[in-house]
Every structure is written in C-alpha cells, then in structure tokens.
Design a protein around this ligand. Structure first.
Ligand code: GLU
Length: 260
C-alpha cells in the first residue's frame, strides 16, 4: 500500500514547543516497520514553527509573519535533524520536500513535485513533506497541513491518508465538554452537523483543528482515497489500521474512482 501519514504539532511537541521524544521515537519506529513490511510511506509533518519556538526559547508562537517564518526556518532544520537521526537507526533514508500552494496549483511545478516524489519512493526513501513556511505568505500558502496532506495523497494516488492528532477521531460532540459524546467509526458523507460541530481550530502552537480535517477528508473522499483520523499519542494504532482493526474515524473514499 502507498500510505500518507500526517502528523501534527500537538503530537510532535509538548505545549512548550520542545520535542515530545516518546511520541516521535515511537512514530519513527512504527513507520520504519511499516516500510520494512513493504508499504510505501510518505510523511507530511508539521512542527516547524512549534519546534522553532522551542529552539529559540520564545514564550509563545509569534503572531507576525516574519516571526513565524523565522521560527519555521529554525524549526524545520531541527525537525529534519530529528527524523534523519531516528529513521537512520532503522536504516531508512529521509528526503525533505517543502511546498507552497503555488507548487500544487501550477501544472508544471505540480508535475515536477509528483515526479520527484514517485522517484523517491522507487529509490526506497521516506519523503517528509511540509509547507515551505519560511517563504510562503497567506496568498500563496496551502495554509494548513491537513489540506496539504490530502492534496499530496490525491496527487500520488495513495491508498490511505492517516491523520494523527491529539484526539481519537471525530466525535458526535466535543468529548472534552460533553460526556455523552461518541466516537464516529465510519463516515460516508460529511454532514452539515459534523461541519457545525467542528468549531474553530488548533492548539497554541498549531494551525489545524477538526474543521481543516473535515475539509481534508472531503478532498480525499472525492479523490477516492480513504482517510483516517487517529490519536497520535499511540503511533502503534497504525498497525491496527493496516490490519483492518477498528481505529479512529475512517472516511470512505468514493469507490467510483472519484476525481482521481
Ligand atoms: N507548516 C506548519 C509547521 O510546520 C504547520 C501547519 C499545520 O499544522 O497545519 O509548523
């Protein structure tokens, strides 16, 4: 299988912006094992800005564009250093690809990106993709990595997108506030009620939230790709997904081929 895994800042870092060593070590171990089992893995990783905040000892995520871009420039190096180090322990080679929205909208640039990605997979490398935050402004950005990961998954005909976040999946209501909230195991259609319940997004260090995950799911479903939302606190959940066991929320891609 060709699998895109999206991992968010809330999984990769503590609220301080410092690396969550336990989560990241486990994630790299599980993904290495999944690759060893013969699957192709593409990682879409956030965390550049968050880790830049930690590395620069800033008290909070910067509000201004230049501050965010500077934090991303520092944090992206740190992020790739960590991935390179941890994946190397399991004999896997990482490759960094940084994109903006324009790279995906422009036909030639998009083709160059997918050609490079396919070649990296042929070479057995593990592509790690992020938005090129240090040069992208609001006008040219994709804006959030949930959408970016869905666009990547649709572009290279992946079988599955697994979005790892800080909650077990999509619930009927916010489980942090409503004790009657139930996990929704499978979604075939995104309803107005789900969109209304998704609310605003993100934590102090990240961009997304349930709203961007639902729009990513809509993109995937249309392209015929299944998408899952699972809890990144226990990366071994990926084994359950691959073994067909219940895990998180699965959005079912249109099997008539969609817009793929
Ligand atoms: N690209 C941003 C980063 O690496 C995160 C965007 C997102 O979390 O959606 O910090």
């Amino acid at each position: 299988m060709r699998i895109v895994i999206k991992v968010g800042t809330s999984t990769l870092t503590h609220p301080t912006g410092r690396l969550n060593i336990r989560h990241v070590e486990e994630l790299c171990k599980v993904l290495s094992d999944v690759k060893n089992a013969g699957h192709e893995v593409i990682l879409v990783s956030s965390g550049a800005i968050g880790m830049g905040v930690g590395k620069l000892n800033l008290s909070a995520r910067p509000d201004d564009m230049a501050g965010k871009q500077a934090a991303a420039a520092v944090g992206q190096c740190e992020l790739m250093y960590v991935y390179d180090k941890l994946f190397s322990e399991f004999n896997h080679t990482v490759a960094q690809i940084l994109l903006t929205g324009e790279d995906l909208r422009d036909g030639t640039r998009h083709a160059n990106f997918t050609n490079t990605l396919r070649r990296l997979l042929e070479l057995g490398a593990l592509p790690v993709i992020n938005e090129n935050d240090s040069v992208s402004t609001d006008e040219i950005a994709v804006g959030d990595n949930d959408t970016l990961s869905a666009l990547v998954a649709a572009s290279v005909g992946s079988d599955l997108l697994i979005v790892m976040t800080d909650i077990d999946g999509l619930y009927t209501a916010d489980p942090r506030k409503d004790p009657n909230a139930r996990l929704i195991p499978e979604v075939r259609e995104i309803t107005a009620g789900m969109l209304a319940g998704a609310g605003g997004g993100g934590s102090a260090l990240s961009t997304g939230g349930m709203a961007t995950k639902l729009s990513a799911a809509a993109l995937c479903m249309k392209a015929g790709v299944d998408m899952l939302i699972v809890n990144g606190a226990a990366p071994a959940v990926i084994y359950d997904v691959l073994e067909g066991k219940p895990a998180g929320t699965r959005f079912i891609g249109r099997k008539d081929g969609g817009a793929r």
